[in-house]
Design a protein around this ligand. Structure first.
Ligand code: MG
Length: 383
């Protein structure tokens, strides 16, 4: 079996989520957003697919990806990942980790379809269901949205009592929202949520990513008093010594990271080795795919640490189901004005349906099991 063809199909869909000037998602008016279907085809008819967020650049794939993949055995995922990774060095920054991730996910989808097995089982198959936490959008200035600590409290109460989420993670106010960043206002939102959901619901915070050490330690100590489970990415992640200082200063609050730092599994190994976090973090789109993300989960396991999976979607869900050392699936981003339970227009069903008990169950569909609506894509194709 050989890879014969790599195609990108760019298309539009109606999106009710907008990005602010610093890239944070908020509810917005309907707009035409772009996404890309990446398809790998083999000479025997086998294929793997993945939806890539945004409009993928075909020139990058033609220059760096197609020459590496064409004619190769698609089941040798590690060999292909290594070959692409080595091409990053000379690509002038154009062959990004996100491109690596897109190709790696399509390879895993193909591998699962060829085997007739879901990817979560091929990766380890530790469990067939996982509890989800509700992950909020960042704070905003929207009426009835996430504009005040009380808004967060009301929404968290709905998530836990009415929708069944097992835990809640707040993303608080970040620039360019008026008044942000404000470590005291972030703490008020956390305190309001704790009061609303009671003492038994695990809570987490993901605040402004550029707090100083003093600000991060200040809020961390107060989150311990509110019995928060973890805090992630409160400071610049390139500063390993700041994270060692923060982690060392906490008694009961777990520091989780790195989430957005470059360097794939190698960076996470350094964080584990030097005690910069209590739990590691990896999401497939940030570390270059499932192949390196699985290594991060296993290296965390070898250190006796959990690896909390960053982000949503079928591939992150497959990883969370595959391994023993993670706590939740991250579901979101959620907002009082967003209907998360309706699949995006290019999908026939949700990638992460959750029952009333807060459990997201594994699919038995081969590959990543994403129900792509090819008719929608054909009708909204850009090229
Ligand atoms: Mg985060």
């Amino acid at each position: 079996m050989q890879i014969s063809d790599i195609t990108l199909t760019r298309f539009t869909y109606e999106n009710l989520v907008s990005s602010d000037a610093e890239g944070h998602a908020h509810p917005g008016p309907p707009r035409a957003a772009k996404a890309t279907l990446l398809t790998l085809r083999c000479d025997d008819g086998a294929q793997g697919e993945v939806i890539v967020p945004g409009s993928a650049d075909p020139r990058i794939y033609a220059k760096f990806v197609t020459p590496v993949l064409r004619g190769k055995d698609p089941l040798r995922v590690e060999a292909l990942w290594q070959a692409l990774y080595k091409r990053q060095r000379g690509s002038g920054g154009r062959l990004t980790d996100r491109v690596l991730a897109a190709v790696d996910l399509a390879l895993w989808d193909l591998r699962g379809r060829v085997a007739g097995q879901p990817v979560w089982k091929l990766l380890g198959g530790y469990r067939d269901a996982i509890p989800a936490y509700g992950s909020t959008m960042c704070g905003d200035d929207i009426d009835g949205g996430l504009a005040t600590p009380d808004d967060y409290a009301r929404f968290a109460e709905w998530m836990v009592r009415d929708r069944g989420y097992r835990a809640v993670k707040l993303h608080t106010w970040m620039p360019p929202m008026p008044g942000a960043p404000d470590v005291r206002r972030d703490l008020k939102a956390c305190a309001a949520v704790r009061e609303a959901v009671g003492p038994d619901v695990p809570l987490m915070l993901d605040p402004h990513h550029y707090y100083s050490r003093q600000q991060a330690i200040w809020i961390g100590q107060r989150l311990e008093a509110l019995d928060f489970l973890w805090m992630e990415e409160p400071m610049e992640e390139a500063s390993l010594s700041s994270y060692r200082a923060l982690t060392g200063a906490m008694r009961s609050l777990d520091i989780v990271g790195p989430e957005s730092a470059a360097g794939k599994h190698w960076t996470r190994a350094e964080w584990a080795a030097c005690g910069a976090a209590d739990r590691l973090r990896a999401g497939v789109w940030g570390v270059g795919g499932l192949t390196p993300a699985l290594k991060i989960a296993h290296l965390a396991d070898a250190f006796g640490m959990d690896c909390e999976i960053h982000g949503t979607g079928a591939a992150n869900l497959a990883l969370a189901l595959a391994i023993p050392n993670t706590t939740y699936y991250e579901r979101g981003l959620l907002h009082p004005h967003i209907d998360y339970e309706t699949a995006r227009p290019y999908l026939k069903s949700l990638e992460d349906p959750m029952d009333g008990a807060g459990l997201v169950r594994a699919s038995d569909a081969p590959g990543l099991g994403v129900a792509i609506d090819h008719d929608h894509i054909a009708a909204h194709q850009l090229d």
